[in-house]
Design a protein around this ligand. Structure first.
Ligand code: PRX
Length: 643
């Protein structure tokens, strides 16, 4: 129906009156009010949660450190579960769709989810987990990942989830850093119809760590190795546990979780998030940005191994008392329209995914979509990487049928929740622009000299005080890294995002991309430094350089240039390098191309000119090469690429 479509003025789209009528926020004045006194604004949002004790002070800022809701006490699981009961006893909290189509989905009501969380929380307590202990979670997209995270939060333990497609080495690094004594994992899981043996990776990953117990969820029933004095079946552990467990009262500034992410250097950083601030931001951004209402079925496709999954697959929908959907597998298996079928099957109302998925759906063509009308959808979201205009419009027209507001949401592992996006009941929405900062959030775009840039000029995106309650409180056990990464570019009072951005005349922000060595491969955050470290650990390799190259579907992909000793055949070395990355990092980080070269372009001081390699690969003008110590190598590499 024509009247249901969003209205378009110039290059901007605006929500329909019908949408606005029901939306939590439809008045622009919300921004003015919030921005006048952001602390007061966030305090008003904090009041929507249940606190055991109200905070005494909104914010304390001792640059580069800050605290929110000082003196406040709460438990996030009471807000996710208990407070919705008994009213929502039979309401579905979690729908789990397994990858095999022959298997039945699992449905958890709010009541059942609380019981399962409590049982596992009791099992953790019995296993010796205490408040403040770190617990490693290395689980696929199965219901137990939600239960495990909430159970940790229930008893005040700190969860540290490791993405299940990460390698055993990546798991080990994280477990060593947190000194977790318990790891929760599974026997296996399904991926494109195949069973992945997760336990094998976990067994390898816990070596040389302090992990004493490994709790294993029986999921795929695949054959696994079993260490009698260390391994325990999840199912056995919870069998006789009570379904009651009192939520521990946590201080607002106690740590809720640590999630590792890639930074400029090789080693991942543990971003520390707190109980109070994170809960407030997860609750309110979900409510306002996805306009969550009681009847909503919310599908965020992100794996809980990433921050998007933490906040918008798990915490935010549960805080808001809606139904969240978790799908185990890949969106195009066994048929390219599996994702569309899931939307139809469960009558999903809000769909939140990444541009890589959108481009993939687009590639399969409109034919796939002819059968699917998506009548239940009322809002679309995008996250994780810049969405180009073509993908934006395709998503808006073919999935949203031009009747769903499309919120492109910018944020980071560090920010805990969304910070930039247009609110769906306010707009405006502009393809390829994320939109306005969330009410109460102050951002700027600065040049290298800290000057605020005018409309249309590209610069560094920064966040200004009082920041937002969900922003990270530190890098676990590494205050220097915290200071160097976020608070050194512009001083201790300005948070440096490492993203380049542009603002338009309407105040809408466009994210251009990272200014550091981070690349987003299918939305997954990886650094080229991490990949180089993995490659360099191969004994055949003398040196290497990895660059991120634009890719039609995945946004960016890594390409590796390698100098090797020539003691082995080239094909063998290439194969081993790929294997090395799989082993040290993850299959998701495997380079699109590996080039074996004689030397790498370097400056006289020995710095590798990755910029030159990138331009060579893309076929762009190389620019000034006078600073190179070995300009002759450029032509040679060019020939190798062309071959
Ligand atoms: O470069 C930005 C990009 O993803 C980075 C953060 O990655 P991660 O910590 O994995 O969190 C991703 C999901 C929150 C950012 O520095 N990014 C995130 N959202 C967008 C984006 N780039 C463009 N548009 C977005 N909507």
């Amino acid at each position: 129906m024509k009247s249901q479509k969003l209205t378009k003025k110039g290059n901007l789209y605006f929500p329909t009156k019908k949408f606005q009528k029901k939306a939590w926020i439809s008045d622009k004045k919300t921004y003015q009010k919030a921005n006048k006194d952001p602390v007061k604004f966030w305090e008003s949002l904090a009041k929507e949660l249940v606190w055991v004790k109200t905070w005494q002070k909104g914010v304390e800022h001792r640059p580069p450190y800050f605290k929110w809701f000082l003196g406040g006490k709460l438990n996030i699981t009471e807000n996710c579960l208990d407070r919705h009961l008994p009213e929502k006893k039979d309401k579905i909290a979690l729908i789990w769709e397994p990858e095999p189509t022959t298997e039945r989905p699992k449905i958890y009501t709010y009541d059942e989810l609380l019981r399962q969380v409590n049982k596992f929380a009791n099992a953790l307590l019995k296993s010796g987990v205490k408040r403040g202990d770190r617990v490693g979670i290395y689980l696929p997209m199965i219901p137990e990942i939600t239960i495990a995270m909430l159970a940790c939060a229930r008893i005040g333990a700190v969860h540290s989830v490791v993405f299940s497609a990460f390698s055993s080495t990546a798991l080990k690094i994280r477990l060593q850093d947190t000194k977790a004594k318990i790891l929760i994992t599974a026997d296996g899981y399904y991926r494109r119809g195949k069973v992945i043996n997760l336990k094998e990776n976990a067994d390898e990953g816990v070596k040389e760590t302090e992990v004493k117990k490994v709790i294993v969820v029986k999921r795929a029933k695949n054959k696994i190795n079993w260490k009698k004095d260390r391994d325990l079946w999840w199912q056995d552990l919870v069998k006789n546990e009570s379904s009651q467990c009192k939520a521990r009262t946590m201080d607002s500034e106690d740590t809720l979780f640590i999630l590792y992410t890639s930074g400029s250097t090789g080693k991942p950083k543990g971003c520390v998030h707190t109980c109070g601030g994170y809960s407030v931001q997860a609750n309110s951004t979900g409510k306002w940005i996805f306009d969550l209402h009681d009847k909503d079925i919310f599908w965020c496709t992100s794996d809980p191994g990433w921050i998007t999954g933490h906040t918008y697959t798990i915490y935010s929908p549960l805080l808001n008392g809606v139904t969240t959907l978790v799908y185990e597998g890949v969106p195009d298996w066994p048929t390219s329209d599996r994702w569309a079928k899931i939307i139809e099957k469960y009558k999903v109302t809000i769909f939140y995914t990444a541009p890589t998925a959108i481009r993939m759906f687009e590639k399969y063509g409109k034919g796939v979509l002819k059968k699917h009308k998506f009548k239940t959808l009322r809002l679309l979201g995008s996250v994780g990487e810049p969405i180009d205009e073509t993908a934006w419009l395709w998503y808006f027209k073919n999935v949203g049928k031009e009747k769903c507001p499309l919120v492109d949401t910018w944020w980071q592992t560090e920010t805990g929740g969304i910070l930039i996006t247009s609110l769906p009941g306010v707009g405006p929405f502009r393809p390829a622009f994320t939109g306005l900062p969330f009410p109460g959030v102050k951002v700027d775009i600065l040049d290298e000299k800290k000057r605020s840039l005018p409309v249309g000029r590209q610069g560094n995106l920064v966040i200004l005080p009082p920041f937002a309650p969900g922003l990270l409180r530190g890098v676990y056990k590494n205050p220097k890294k915290y200071l160097d990464t976020y608070w050194s570019q512009y001083g201790k009072k300005i948070y440096f995002t490492s993203d380049a951005a542009i603002i338009d005349k309407n105040g809408l922000i466009r994210i251009v991309g990272r200014v550091d060595d981070v690349i987003k491969v299918a939305g997954h955050r990886i650094t080229t430094g991490e990949l180089e470290a993995a490659i360099n650990s191969h004994p055949e390799i003398t040196e290497c350089a990895v660059v991120g190259i634009p890719d039609e579907i995945k946004g960016e992909v890594p390409v590796a240039f390698i100098v090797y000793k020539r003691e082995k055949p080239a094909a063998e070395v290439k194969k081993e390098v790929v294997g090395q990355i799989r082993k040290e990092i993850s299959p998701i980080a495997v380079p699109k191309e590996v080039y074996l070269v004689e030397d790498l372009p370097k400056t006289r001081s020995g710095k590798i000119m990755r910029r030159v390699l990138k331009k060579l690969f893309i076929g762009e003008e190389l620019g000034d090469l006078s600073t190179l110590a070995n300009p002759g190598i450029v032509e040679k590499i060019k020939k190798i690429i062309e071959k």
